[in-house]
Write a protein that binds this ligand. Structure first.
Ligand SMILES: Cc1cc2nc3c(=O)[nH]c(=O)nc-3n(C[C@H](O)[C@H](O)[C@H](O)COP(=O)(O)OP(=O)(O)OC[C@H]3O[C@@H](n4cnc5c(N)ncnc54)[C@H](O)[C@@H]3O)c2cc1C
Length: 396
């Protein structure tokens, strides 16, 4: 199979590269991977980069043109993702562009589309996702946050947890139980509201890499207009599943992995011996591990191609997206471990002002990679999906 660019893809790749040549330097701390403290899709530091993307129409590359997106095909999105990763920059989409925006296009009323889509595209409304609760993660349909109808409003009481970016977001979309007597998947509705609504409080959760990325969010008699419900009452689970399909598309999972490995290879070849002893060890353990990562990165890329070809046939990847998510996130952890081992004791340095061990990124990356096999559905849940939906094994 020939995986090289077609003429059209090559032309699009050249267009992306020309854009990056002109604008990539607007991305703060380019090449550091992920967002640094104080940088997030809606932050001021990100504004020049955001403006360049808006002008080019690439804030929402996958949205249809009628909604202000770029209408890119799955192949073009893949090329865009690859080139952005190669240049060390991220898109600024966030939950708005990636999840709730496309879901609004499918399930939203005309009024809801008018109210939200343009604001999402211009970065004026950033979103948090209120799914998980202390007693509902993998088994999300066990959620207990209540929304009781009172005339034209719902009164929401309960708690969400692990809510990424809620401290920076403007609005939240969340699942709440609107009929406690219905079977558990059928009594849920999806609500959207301003996080400044009275009765909402947000408490930070600091992760083990000393970062503030997620939060607990509490709701105490929060009044939400009924018109802010997305989809029918008590059918929110199914609306939420549309959103999860967008989350799981699996198309961008592997991009960037090879770039990270090429960077590591360069370090192993060029850094002073005392900083990279592992690479020179006579028993070759590190070299063998690195060769494994190199092969695995190629496999991860093939999973992305698989998901891309499914989408090109206008289908939604299902267990295939789980295979990609599972493989790539577990690979990220192995890469983080191989990286840490290269630098030996220097790998423990945390300080961004010291040049060794990727300015502390070896240690930070190692701790940061742990959560990737939990977020968006744990590895066990992905394996269950592959086993049941992919292989037809009984659910047990
Ligand atoms: C970085 C990060 C960001 C996140 N951001 C958000 C966010 O923005 N919004 C949001 O709503 N949530 C968010 N989450 C929460 C995330 O969706 C949940 O952590 C995840 O779904 C797992 O749920 P849990 O933590 O309750 O673990 P549990 O579901 O309690 O699982 C505990 C353990 O049991 C295993 N397990 C559970 N059920 C099964 C089963 N049926 N078979 C086999 N093993 C099983 C799990 O794999 C896991 O190892 C985030 C999580 C992380 C790590």
């Amino acid at each position: 199979m020939d995986l090289s660019d077609s003429a059209a893809e090559a032309a699009f790749r050249a267009e992306v590269r020309a854009f990056l040549d002109e604008h990539a330097d607007k991305y703060p701390n380019r090449g550091r991977g992920g967002f640094e403290d104080g940088e997030f899709p809606g932050s001021e530091a990100m504004q020049p980069w955001r403006d360049a993307l808006v002008e080019k129409g690439w804030i929402a590359p996958h949205w249809p043109k009628e909604y202000g997106g770029a209408g890119l095909s799955a192949q073009e999105q893949f090329v865009l993702n690859e080139e952005f990763a190669e240049a060390g920059v991220n898109n600024v989409g966030g939950f708005g562009v990636m999840m709730i925006g496309p879901t609004l296009m499918v399930h939203g009323s005309e009024e809801q589309k008018q109210e939200h889509l343009t604001k999402i595209l211009h970065g004026e409304r950033n979103w948090a996702q209120g799914w998980s609760e202390p007693g509902a993660g993998s088994d999300l349909a066990s959620l207990q946050t209540r929304a009781i109808r009172d005339g034209d409003e719902y009164v929401v009481n309960g708690q969400k947890i692990w809510t990424s970016g809620a401290h920076r977001a403007d609005w939240i979309y969340m699942l709440a139980r609107t009929d406690p007597d219905a079977p558990k998947h059928r009594g849920i509705s999806l609500l959207m509201f301003d996080l400044k609504t009275p009765g909402v409080s947000i408490r930070p959760l600091i992760n083990m890499a000393d970062g503030h990325a997620f939060n607990e969010v509490f709701f105490e008699d929060v009044r939400v207009p009924v018109r802010n419900r997305l989809g029918e009452e008590n059918r929110g689970w199914y609306v939420g599943m549309t959103l999860t399909d967008f989350e799981r598309s699996g198309i961008g999972n592997a991009v960037g992995v090879q770039r990270i490995l090429r960077g590591l290879l360069k370090q192993a070849r060029t850094l002073p011996e005392e900083q990279t002893r592992a690479a020179r060890k006579k028993d070759g353990t590190w070299r063998l591990a690195f060769a494994d990562r190199w092969i695995e990165a190629d496999i991860a890329r093939l999973f992305s191609y698989l998901n891309m070809t499914i989408q090109l046939r206008s289908l939604i990847p299902n267990h295939e997206a789980s295979m990609s998510k599972l493989y790539t996130t577990e690979l990220n952890q192995r890469i983080a471990s191989t990286t840490l081992k290269l630098f030996g004791l220097y790998g423990q340095l945390w300080d961004k002002d010291r040049p060794e061990a990727l300015r502390g990124m070896a240690a930070r990356g190692y701790l940061g990679a742990v959560s990737s096999t939990i977020a968006g559905g744990t590895s066990e849940i992905q394996r269950n999906i592959i086993a049941t939906r992919g292989l037809g094994l009984p659910r047990g």
